[in-house]
Design a protein around this ligand. Structure first.
Ligand code: HEM
Ligand SMILES: *[C@@H]1O[C@H](CO)[C@@H](O)[C@H](O)[C@H]1NC(C)=O
Length: 341
């Protein structure tokens, strides 16, 4: 691709140079590489318009996580489910308004499952008090995800900001784009490719399941021994799970996704997979299916550092999926659940 020095190219290469300094981007700062970050997002976007924005989000996340450790997981998942549906635009947060908005929260992968909206609302309220009409809900999700990762002991990283909020939601697209827990590796690869993420990103970001919980209905099928299952559970782990879900899929319980260190953001997610202790089918297949994903799981199981480095790159890429950045598009919502009147 021929590269002209337009202002946006200049911005792209600056961002790339910064990424290189932080060594979270690709080390070779070619025009091609810098173009990957030419999403219009910036580090320290609120430096002048709302200098304490990142601090305020951090404080709210910290107190919410102190109250309930799982909230870190729930907030991280919100950013993921936002970005996979028409980009990181806060669309997930919109509530149903009959005839106007069909909430993505009612799509199958989200229904009775995504949580943390009260915490998002209190971050938004605190930010509106500090600097009204400045910080978008989409950026709140990106910042809260970053803080949740860090508070759990994960990598600390600078987060790209400057997203604006959508005035639409798309429930049908949420049903189509969000991955299913019964997916095999090829389904997962296709699902991530559909939004512009690679197979490599898919394995890296699946490690998000190092924190948080899943309902019994998401893995009950795996509790019955099936000789044809390409990704069977470790028998002792299966017995343990059967005790936690005595009524199978009808048990209203949530079970830790990472059996070893459930609230620590670490590579135990990957080392569990080596012992067939991945809770969801979509987790275990990454190791049980021979090929690139198996090899990548092995690498991360043995190197927390390698996973952290790759996680920062992949979540930055996920956070840059089709943001709204043009000043005449989208808006800065006053309340995250509703478009501005
Ligand atoms: C690879 C495909 C993925 C599938 C099939 C998947 C599926 C699921 C399912 C079924 C649950 C349990 C929901 C419930 O029982 O209510 C869950 C929870 C969770 N997912 Fe994923 N997920 C995937 C990728 C990701 C990614 C990329 C992230 C973030 C980087 C992520 C973060 C989480 C977190 C943190 C939780 C726990 C949430 C909580 O405890 O509130 N997942 N996921
Ligand atoms: C993965 O699952 C899909 C159905 O979701 C199926 O068509 C495909 O053959 C499976 N691929 C492998 C490699 O098992």
């Amino acid at each position: 691709m021929a590269t002209k020095r337009t202002p946006s190219n200049l911005l792209g290469s600056k961002v790339c140079i910064l990424l290189c300094i932080l060594s979270i981007g690709d080390m070779s700062c070619t025009a091609e590489e810098s173009s990957k970050y030419r999403s219009g997002l910036q580090y320290a976007f609120y430096k002048h318009s709302c200098p304490r924005a990142e601090l305020i989000v951090h404080q709210v996340v910290r107190s919410a996580v102190e109250k309930e450790a799982r909230m870190a997981a729930s907030l991280l998942r919100l950013h993921f489910h936002d970005c996979f549906v028409q980009g990181c635009d806060g669309s997930l947060l919109l509530k149903t308004v009959p005839g106007v908005i069909e909430s993505e929260q009612d799509a199958a992968p989200n229904l009775n499952s995504v949580r943390g909206f009260d915490v998002v609302d209190s971050m938004k309220a605190a930010l509106e008090r500090e600097c009204p009409g400045v910080v978008s809900c989409a950026d709140i999700l990106a910042m809260a995800a970053r803080d949740s990762v860090g508070l759990g002991g994960g990598p600390r990283y600078s987060v790209l900001l400057g997203r604006r909020d959508s005035r639409t939601a798309n429930k049908a697209l949420a049903n189509k784009n969000l991955p299913g827990f019964s997916f095999n590796v090829s389904d997962l690869v296709a699902n991530f490719a559909n939004v512009g993420l690679s197979a490599h990103d898919m394995v890296v970001l699946s490690g998000g399941h190092t924190i948080g919980k899943a309902g019994c209905d998401k893995f009950a099928e795996r509790l019955t021994v099936n000789p044809k299952d390409p990704a069977p559970l470790d028998p002792s782990y299966r017995k343990y799970l059967s005790q936690l879900c005595p009524e199978g899929a009808n048990t209203a319980a949530d079970v830790n996704l990472d059996v070893k260190t459930p609230i620590r953001f670490d590579n135990a997610y990957y080392s569990n997979l080596l012992k067939n202790r991945g809770l969801l089918h979509s987790d275990q297949v990454l190791y049980s299916t021979q090929g690139f994903s198996h090899d990548q799981v092995l690498l991360y199981a043995h190197s927390n550092r390698a996973w952290f480095t790759d996680f920062v790159k992949s979540i930055t890429k996920m956070g840059s999926l089709s943001p709204i950045t043009a000043y005449n598009e989208g808006e800065i919502r006053k309340k995250c659940g509703y478009v501005n009147p």
